[in-house]
Design a protein around this ligand. Structure first.
Ligand code: 1QQ
Length: 394
């Protein structure tokens, strides 16, 4: 197609731009290959996003050390998607202007519902690294995710809690109603509690991800004398809620949702984080070869084990790189028109299987991840009330 048009090639900051005479920017296969990452680096959501940045950076380093895409290096371009929809939209637009071949992001489902349609319209593949709400892959043809739907992951935590204390009867559920993921996750928990004849859904309390004072909700929870409290919030609000619940005397089991699934919650609830049970789509104990690779890379830098958000972000980049490598075997990657490349990349992402740190994965026709193994971890805080670990339950 390009051959029919008169094209001019200009080198610009290391990138090779191909301009059509029509002055419409036609194709950019820049070297290194630009892969966008729209992840939260500021706001409260950075408690979750920070771990993802580490994941995409380790992936960039690792896959480049393995030759990138047929010898062409990749470059992960990070834009801060902060904590709200507008910031995610800005991050996506900035990445689209940089002619990325695909986007990994954004951090929250709430943001994905707002920003993903832009990429879908521009026909740029989006691989969700942590979007777990119902309906994400259905946003559009160009949207897939490596983060297993919360409807599949979350019930594992309820099973683990009931195994820990088979006497559980009264259950209190709390969730951040201004957030799509937390609403989705809570619906899953509520349905699972209602479906279990041993359990009674005693109260449902709502809050906002921006809340810091949970006195009202906690007093309502205490009135029903729960044996189990299930919290769907993000790290800052969820962590504070746990703290206030314990400070007001709650002694029973606590399940935290995916929004609390980070060591960054430790400074928020401190010693009160101890015992929170959280379902996991990743285990550092899984035997997969790529998990060993990730753990080695991570330990060298951080002297501890990676968490789920790091592993999923690493995997999102892996998926893009491996699908690009498959395309490269058919046709040299740098000879693609960028629009053609994105379209073929999207199809290829959905077609192949991957051996990842999350185990073997593939996608269904909608771009939903197909993953086998899920886990439950429990937070164990150290005597200093600062350090803690995620202990994986057998
Ligand atoms: C979502 C989530 C968040 C907890 C990811 C950080 O699962 O928004 O879907």
């Amino acid at each position: 197609m390009l051959a029919n048009r008169s094209v001019r090639r200009i080198a610009l900051g290391g990138a090779l731009l191909i301009l059509a005479q029509s002055s419409r920017l036609l194709a950019v296969i820049a070297e290194p290959l630009p892969i966008g990452a729209a992840l939260s680096q500021t706001s409260n959501v950075a408690l979750l996003g920070q771990e993802q940045i580490v994941g995409v950076q380790l992936a960039e380093e690792y896959f480049n050390s393995k030759g990138g895409v047929g010898g062409t290096k990749i470059q992960v371009l990070v834009e801060d998607s902060a904590g709200d929809e507008a910031s995610a939209i800005n991050a996506f637009n900035a990445l689209l202007r940089k002619n990325v071949v695909a986007i990994v992001g954004p951090t929250l489902s709430q943001q994905a519902f707002a920003a993903d349609p832009l990429a879908d319209k521009a026909k740029v593949p989006v691989v969700g690294p942590s979007n777990t709400a119902k309906g994400i892959p259905q946003i559009g043809t160009f949207v897939s995710r490596v983060s297993a739907p919360i409807a599949i992951v979350a019930p594992h935590a309820l099973d683990a809690a009931l195994k820990r204390n088979p006497q559980v009867k009264n259950v209190a559920v709390l969730y951040a109603q201004n957030d799509a993921f937390n609403t989705s996750e809570s619906q899953t928990f509520q349905a699972a509690v209602k479906a279990d004849k041993r359990l009674h859904l005693s109260t449902i309390q709502k809050f906002q991800t921006t809340d810091t004072d949970f006195t009202t909700q906690v007093s309502e929870v205490m009135k029903v004398k729960p044996d189990l409290v299930i919290i769907s919030g993000l790290a800052a609000d969820g962590g504070n809620l746990v703290k206030q619940l314990r400070q007001l005397g709650y002694k029973g089991l606590i399940i935290g949702g995916n929004g609390l699934n980070t060591p960054n919650v430790f400074p928020v609830c401190q010693k009160y984080c101890d015992g929170i049970m959280i379902a996991q789509a990743y285990s550092p104990e899984a035997p997969d070869a790529m998990n060993k690779v990730l753990i080695d890379l991570y330990q060298k830098k951080y002297k501890k084990m990676p968490g789920q958000f790091t592993a999923q972000a690493f995997t999102a980049v892996q998926v893009v790189v491996e699908a690009l490598n498959t395309l490269h075997q058919k046709k040299k990657i740098t000879s693609y028109d960028v629009k053609e490349l994105r379209k073929e990349l999207n199809q290829q992402i959905l077609k192949q299987s991957y051996q990842t740190a999350l185990g073997p994965i593939s996608f269904d026709k909608d771009g939903e991840i197909i993953q086998k193994s899920f886990y439950v971890a429990e937070i164990r805080m150290g005597a200093d009330s600062k350090s803690g670990t995620f202990a994986f339950l057998k």
